[in-house]
Design a protein around this ligand. Structure first.
Ligand code: NAP
Length: 485
């Protein structure tokens, strides 16, 4: 069998709500343009939760995707009341699809507030780290915490894929959007990794933008953006903003890319109120299928479908979520119209030249950054106390005596409250107590930590969480509290 006759095996997940309708539409067009796809149907989502599989993803689906390494997936409902985690997130995490690529392009025949501005950008969102790792704790009955974990490895992977994606589409600029001005360690890690790796991609212009200004600029002057790389939660928010710029969620496709697995899906959810009504827009799922075909190297089939979608919209044949003078058509009629436009070229839309995207290899080690010298200079101990900073501070100073550490400051929700500042912040019952060690050491002795904790407990203070304050190669690994000198 020649390479051109080779079959592509793809796991097909119909999904919940409107999922089966949009997936059927995409499948019809893909089958017509590329008969080499062999579909393996697999389940995930609401029905699976109801069968008692808590993850929403049964073993046969994991087995299918482990074999095909490729899926086209309908939206999955996250049921409220049963099933703990989202089946979508489970799939992304199990198969480490670390990059979520979301194109946002102005479409012909889809009038919006931004029509004519030439929007053609792509948001590359980190997909597995950050606050969405969902590591949460109630530190006191009144104070909740969510850990924001960002790794050098995760940053390297997402930055490289952003540059590689830009190259595959002949794009000229990659913008990195972070909140590094406030979260200097976590968001700052993406910024510094981006600035470091940008030197390897000298053919592409690279610049940084603060995420809130990025949101502002996306509405004010969206045409200035090309490829935006960002952290998970920022990316989630600005990519929905992006779909709003070009006509809504019905037009927003996406690809979840891992080192050797890729899952293609619409950005939208299961829109349950429209289930089975033949009224929803299948374009987002169809364009996700187009991205999948390009990922497979089926560039001609991908262009056939993309051109036909645009020619159909230009002919003013459109679903319900497009507002023009002509009446909308149903999901099935819209799909049929696209099929009938195979071979037709839109007059106001040019397909970008595409090359296969290079997915950088999986890094072999967990440790990326090598550190010569480690020092520990102190401890942050988070305690529960129902009272004032003026009462707590002296108790902590007293408790620390003779332990090998002394109190430097206390902060409440990130702001210094002791030593007293003369202001009157509205405090809560969780306090970060920062102690400095009498001697800088490589590793703080466990006996010192336990002695300090026992001294706090003897004062009736309950502790919940400890962080070591370290220096790696002379650089502080922690930030100061607001107002700390
Ligand atoms: P949603 O399903 O995306 O629907 C929100 C609204 O977006 C709809 O009411 C509709 O707006 C519009 N919309 C969505 N898809 C459309 C389409 N194909 N054509 C036209 N309009 C479309 O969001 P949700 O209601 O918040 O979530 C419903 C369920 O989906 C939840 O269980 C959620 O967890 C899940 N979800 C899954 C995924 C995924 O599988 N990747 C993603 C997001 C949400 P109008 O009401 O204005 O017509």
């Amino acid at each position: 069998m020649s390479k051109s006759d080779a079959k592509h095996h793809v796991t097909l997940i119909l999904g919940d709500g409107i999922g089966p309708e949009v997936v059927a539409s995409a499948r019809t067009l893909i089958d017509a343009a590329c008969p080499r796809i062999v579909w393996e149907e697999a389940e995930a989502g609401a029905e699976v939760f109801k069968k008692g599989v808590a993850s929403g993803v049964p073993q046969h689906t994991i087995d299918s995707l482990s074999k095909t390494r490729l899926a086209l997936k309908g939206p999955l409902e996250t049921p409220v009341g049963f099933g703990e985690k989202s089946a979508n997130v489970t799939l992304r995490k199990l198969f480490e699809t670390f990059a979520n690529i979301r194109p946002v392009r102005e479409l012909p025949g889809v009038p919006t507030r931004f029509s004519g501005s030439g929007i053609d950008l792509v948001i590359v969102r980190e997909n597995v780290e950050d606050l969405y790792a969902g590591i949460e704790h109630m530190q006191t009955p009144d104070v909740a915490q969510c850990l924001k974990l960002i790794s050098t490895k995760g940053c390297e992977k997402i930055v490289r894929i952003a540059f590689e994606f830009a190259r595959s589409e002949g794009r000229k600029t990659v913008q990195c959007a972070t909140k590094a001005n406030i979260m200097k360690k976590t968001e700052g890690l993406l910024k510094s990794t981006f600035e470091h790796l940008a030197k390897e991609y000298s053919d592409i212009e690279a610049w940084h933008i603060i995420i809130d200004n990025c949101a502002h600029q996306l509405v004010k002057k969206p045409e200035q953006f090309d490829v935006i790389v960002t952290t998970n939660m920022n990316g989630d928010i600005i990519s929905d903003l992006g779909s709003g710029l070009i006509g809504g969620l019905g037009f927003a496709p996406s690809a979840n890319i891992g080192h050797d697995v890729a899952i293609f899906e619409a950005v939208h959810g299961s829109a349950p109120k429209y289930t089975g009504k033949d009224v929803i827009n299948p374009t987002a799922m169809i364009l996700s299928g187009v991205m999948m075909l390009r990922h497979l190297g089926e560039f001609e089939a991908a262009s056939t479908i993309e051109n036909a979608v645009m020619a159909t919209l230009e002919a003013d044949i459109h679903p319900r979520d497009v507002q023009t003078a002509s009446a909308p058509v149903g999901t099935k009629a819209f799909t049929q119209a696209i099929l009938e436009h195979f071979g037709k070229m839109p007059s106001n839309y040019a397909i970008r030249p595409h090359k296969p995207m290079v997915v950088p290899p999986r890094p072999k080690t967990t440790a990326i950054r090598k550190v010569e010298k480690r020092e520990t200079v102190g401890l942050d101990i988070f305690t529960e106390f129902d009272g004032t900073a003026a009462d707590l501070g002296p108790m902590l100073e007293e408790a620390a005596k003779g332990t090998g550490a002394k109190l430097k400051m206390v902060s409440n929700r990130g702001t210094v409250v002791y030593p007293l500042t003369g202001t009157d912040p509205d405090v809560v019952n969780q306090w970060r107590c920062r102690f400095t060690l009498d001697q800088v050491v490589t590793e703080v002795p466990t006996t010192l930590v336990s002695g300090l904790l026992q001294a706090l407990e003897a004062k009736g203070l309950r502790w919940m969480h400890i962080e070591k304050l370290c220096r790696f190669d002379g650089e502080d690994t922690f930030t100061r509290a607001q107002g700390e000198n």
